[in-house]
Design a protein around this ligand. Structure first.
Ligand code: HEC
Length: 156
């Protein structure tokens, strides 16, 4: 004859085991960089924009940003410099997605989000170029999922 109380405790052990397994799986699934994401992670030094894209970005920048941040991106004293130590001080360890989102939601001052997503990506590419970050073969995307995995670091 089966012992119902032993049966019950076996079921309880099984339930606890399944719950623990779920927790472990959830932990791994939630941690970035463990599965497919790892392969996509990059820094700005991995050739994340193209020369052509930065070229287009320069034109948009001249029309939309240079009035305040000036042609050399050094800023006018009120609008900050977008190159050199101020660039890296502001953005190091953040992602290109953070930078893109900050620009898109606040700039041009007085008309935020007024450019196309591609336009903001082009300007971001131009800013990387002006910070001596080398171009590559792939254009910088305007998709946040792609931009969030590219980290800004001040050296390779
Ligand atoms: C009318 C003047 C003006 C124009 C045009 C303008 N900016 Fe700015 N920008 C500012 C000022 C002033 C600040 C500093 C205050 C602030 O962050 O809002 C600033 C700040 C910034 C910052 C720093 C934001 C941060 O979070 O640290 C970035 C990056 C930037 N601008 C990029 C751009 C880009 C790219 C364009 C063109 C699409 C642009 N700006 C157009 C005046 C301007």
């Amino acid at each position: 004859m089966r012992n119902p109380s032993a049966d019950k405790s076996r079921r309880r052990v099984a339930a606890i085991f399944v719950a623990a397994l779920c927790a472990v799986v959830a932990m791994f699934a939630g941690a970035p960089g463990l599965s497919t994401v790892a392969a996509q992670e990059a820094t700005i030094w991995d050739g994340v924009y193209t020369e052509e894209q930065a070229e287009r970005g320069m034109k948009v920048y001249e029309q939309e940003c240079a009035a305040c941040h000036l042609d050399d991106l050094m800023g006018d004293g009120i609008a900050p410099a977008l190159v050199g130590s101020s660039f890296f001080f502001r953005w190091s360890d953040l992602s290109v997605g953070d930078m893109y989102a900050a620009i898109r939601t606040t700039m041009p001052q007085g008309a935020p989000a007024s450019l196309s997503p591609a336009g903001y990506a082009e300007i971001s590419a131009y800013m990387l170029q002006k910070n001596n970050v080398p171009a590559g073969d792939t254009e910088l995307s305007s998709d946040m999922d792609d931009l969030e995995v590219i980290t800004i670091t001040d050296s390779q």
